[in-house]
Structures are given as structure tokens and as C-alpha cells.
Design a protein around this ligand. Structure first.
Ligand SMILES: Cc1cc2nc3c(=O)[nH]c(=O)nc-3n(C[C@H](O)[C@H](O)[C@H](O)COP(=O)(O)OP(=O)(O)OC[C@H]3O[C@@H](n4cnc5c(N)ncnc54)[C@H](O)[C@@H]3O)c2cc1C
Length: 371
């Protein structure tokens, strides 16, 4: 039996960010991961650190996303210094392009709602009209009528982030158990045991961060994680000279020059195949935004599954039956990496979720419990 201070199940972006934060706080951490057969949103995402309309109608989520965006520069600098991995973080704001007046009006109303809901916390945004936008973005298509802008957005090489988090976790003394699917475990308050491959491990704290795997794992530890898979498809063009200094929602150019085009939202279960009609739709919208994009070759494309809670907001919880067992699930694990490593992990290291996390409890789906 090997003893740790904390077991984290799931070596994707959420588990690794939390595991790194716990190890940095001096905890002895075991990070358990299923391996290459797994569905991994962390390897198939778009790489945005995106705030714009996150938390529309849910101000606590807006605050959490903003807090994460604010933590990002510090996390990126720390990871880069510790691991030597360049994350390519650019956080100079972001624009969401609007095709047609209706989209522009609707977007404006959403941004204004975000500002209202931010209250004293404040929310800086601007609706940028076509002429100003065209001067910023060369080759803008005629159907783009404007864009929303906030200073908080950015983008990052999310595979580099993933690599750096794993490397930094190991450098802080964290122990990684790959190819270890957790299917069972024993739970008592502050006393958890699981098998990781051939080894038995135990800890007083367990964090379920297994993405879509959390749905099956949670009940073993007195928790509930009703997450479902939402498929997203992404296309990548050949490299070209740098066209824009900031990400444009579903279009972003890496510092190396590739243009990423995304991203769809489909409810198709665990099917990760690509659908040509969706790829055509993504490409057509991008070409409407910038007609010159149609001359570039698509060099890569993929589909991946988002980890989607029923209302799209993260789920963070501690088990009432087995205190010491926590869940962490979200559909924006790149954006929230700053919060997970720098804000959530310290709470877990201290042994309790801050009261500000209460609205993220799964109880929000249970009307009788909430009453
Ligand atoms: C197309 C697409 C675009 C996206 N774009 C963005 C974006 O631009 N910005 C953003 O912030 N987010 C984006 N996301 C979301 C982001 O990628 C996810 O929120 C994040 O990767 C979730 O990380 P995770 O660790 O929860 O899940 P995963 O990456 O799925 O990792 C879960 C891990 O748990 C392990 N596991 C599962 N079950 C078990 C078990 N029983 N035992 C042991 N291990 C287990 C698996 O091996 C896996 O490695 C996007 C996602 C998709 C699909």
C-alpha cells in the first residue's frame, strides 16, 4: 500500500492543473490516468483562453472565468520557467466576428447583459463596427458587420500547456500512474483507496477529474457528475504569414502561422468521427469572414468530445457522505487552467471548497435539495 496526501483521478487538463497546484502546495500527489484509449478533450481542443460571454446569466461563472484569465499570465510564466516549455500564450484581448446585422445586434445584447450582471465587478467590452474592424483585420469579408471585443481573452498552445503541466507536476514530486483505469475504490470519510495498475494506493483526499469518466466514478465516492459528451470539429490550414494579432472566436492563428477553424457543437454520444457537412459549414463561415482563407489548404482536421455538464457550467463539489472526496468537471479546461492550478488546488490543499464555489455544486440540478 502506497500512501499519498491526495489522489487525483484523470490526467487531462483539469486533473493535471489541480494535481500540479496540490504538488506545488507541498502535498504528495498521485495522478492516475486511463491512458491512450481514453476520450481526451485535452488533446483535441481549440486553445482559447476565452472570457467574452462565459457566464451569461450566471455571474458566479463570469467571475470564475475572469479570475482564471487573470491567473493565466502568472501560471504561464511559472510553467515556462519551471519546464522550459513555451506555451505561446497571447492574451491581448479577443474579437468575436458577427456575420449580418442580426448576429451583431444579438451579440451586443449579450455583451451588455454580461456588463449588467458583472455589477460592481465591472466588465469591459466594446462593439467594434465594420470600418474600424476592417482597418484592424486585413481581407475582412463583406458580410462581417462588426465584432465584440473584450481585453480579457487570449489563446495558447494547449498541447504545450498539457505537456508543461505534466512536466511541472513531476518536477514537484508528483507521481503519475498512466494506463491505470480506476473502476472501483473504497471510500470512508477522509480515507480512500484505489488500485492503480498493480499497486494499491490510499489518501485522505481524492479528486475526481476524469472528464467524461467522472459520470461513472462519482457514485463510488458519494458524488454525482452528470456530464455528457458534446462533439466539436476543428480544421487547421497550412501556415501563412501572420494576419491578426488576437484570436477571433472560432478563428485563430497560431504564432507559427497555422489558422485554426472551429468549432461545432453536436450531441452524438461517444462518436468521434468527422462529418463532412460540419467541416464544410466551418470552412464556409471562415471563408465568409476572410475570403482569402479559401485559398489555403486544410492540412489537419479532427473531432473531439467536450465534457459537458447539463447547463454548461463547471461542477465542483465535495461529497457529504465521504468528506475528502471532490469532483471537478468543466467544458473550458484551457481557460480555467489558471483557476484550477492557482485557486481551486489551494482550496483542496486546505481541505475544503471556498463558499464562493457553492453555486457550482451539482445540487443546482436537484430541485428538492436546492429547496
Ligand atoms: C473541440 C473542442 C474544442 C475546445 N476548445 C476549447 C477552448 O478553446 N478553450 C477551452 O478552455 N476549452 C476548450 N475545450 C474544452 C477543454 O478541452 C476541456 O474542458 C478540457 O480538456 C477537459 O479536461 P478534462 O481533464 O476534464 O478531460 P479530459 O481531457 O477528457 O481528460 C480526462 C482524463 O481522465 C482519464 N480518465 C477517464 N476515466 C478514467 C478512469 N476511470 N480512471 C482513470 N482515468 C480516467 C482519461 O484518461 C483522460 O485523460 C474544447 C474541447 C473540445 C472537444
Amino acid at each position: 500500500m502506497r500512501s499519498f496526501d491526495a489522489i487525483v483521478i484523470g490526467g487531462g487538463l483539469v486533473g493535471t492543473a489541480v494535481g500540479y497546484g496540490l504538488a506545488r502546495a507541498g502535498r504528495r500527489v498521485a495522478l492516475i490516468d486511463e491512458g491512450d484509449i481514453a476520450y481526451r478533450a485535452s488533446r483535441g481542443n481549440f486553445g482559447l483562453v476565452w472570457v467574452q460571454t462565459k457566464g451569461l446569466g450566471a455571474p458566479h461563472y463570469q467571475r470564475w472565468t475572469r479570475a482564471s484569465a487573470a491567473e493565466w499570465p502568472r501560471l504561464a510564466a511559472e510553467l515556462q520557467e519551471r519546464t522550459g516549455v513555451a506555451l505561446g500564450l497571447e492574451q491581448n484581448g479577443g474579437l468575436q466576428l458577427c456575420l449580418g446585422e442580426e448576429e451583431y445586434e444579438k451579440r451586443g445584447a449579450m455583451m451588455e447583459q454580461m456588463r449588467r450582471e458583472a455589477g460592481n465587478f465591472g466588465f469591459e467590452y466594446r462593439m467594434v463596427e465594420r470600418d474600424e474592424l476592417a482597418a484592424m483585420l486585413p481581407g475582412l469579408g463583406p458580410s462581417v458587420v462588426g465584432a465584440s471585443w473584450t481585453p480579457y481573452d487570449g489563446h495558447v498552445n494547449s498541447l504545450a500547456l498539457f505537456h508543461a503541466l505534466h512536466k511541472a507536476f513531476a518536477s514537484r514530486g508528483g507521481v503519475y500512474f498512466p494506463n491505470s483505469t480506476v473502476t472501483n475504490g473504497s471510500a470512508a470519510p477522509h480515507q480512500f483507496r484505489i488500485a492503480a495498475g498493480a499497486e494499491e494506493i490510499e489518501a485522505p483526499t481524492i479528486v475526481l477529474a476524469a472528464g467524461l469518466g467522472n459520470a461513472a466514478l462519482a457514485p463510488l465516492f458519494g458524488l454525482h457528475a452528470p456530464v455528457w459528451p458534446q462533439r466539436g470539429q476543428i480544421l487547421v490550414t497550412e501556415r501563412t504569414s501572420r494576419a491578426w494579432p488576437l484570436p477571433l472566436g472560432s478563428i485563430r492563428q497560431t504564432p507559427e502561422g497555422s489558422v485554426l477553424l472551429g468549432s461545432s457543437e453536436e450531441d452524438v454520444g461517444f462518436d468521434t468521427s468527422q462529418k463532412p457537412e460540419i467541416m464544410q459549414r466551418i470552412a464556409a463561415r471562415a471563408a465568409a469572414c476572410f475570403p482569402w482563407l479559401a485559398d489555403l489548404q486544410i492540412v489537419r482536421a479532427w473531432a473531439a468530445l467536450r465534457v459537458m455538464p447539463p447547463d454548461g457550467l463547471p461542477i465542483y463539489d465535495e461529497s457529504e457522505r465521504f468528506p475528502g472526496a471532490f469532483t471537478a468537471n468543466c467544458h473550458s479546461g484551457v481557460t480555467l487552467a489558471g483557476a484550477h492550478a492557482n485557486l481551486l488546488a489551494p482550496m483542496l490543499a486546505a481541505g475544503a471548497l471556498d463558499p464562493m464555489m457553492t453555486p457550482f455544486s451539482v445540487k443546482r440540478f436537484d430541485v428538492s435539495a436546492a429547496a
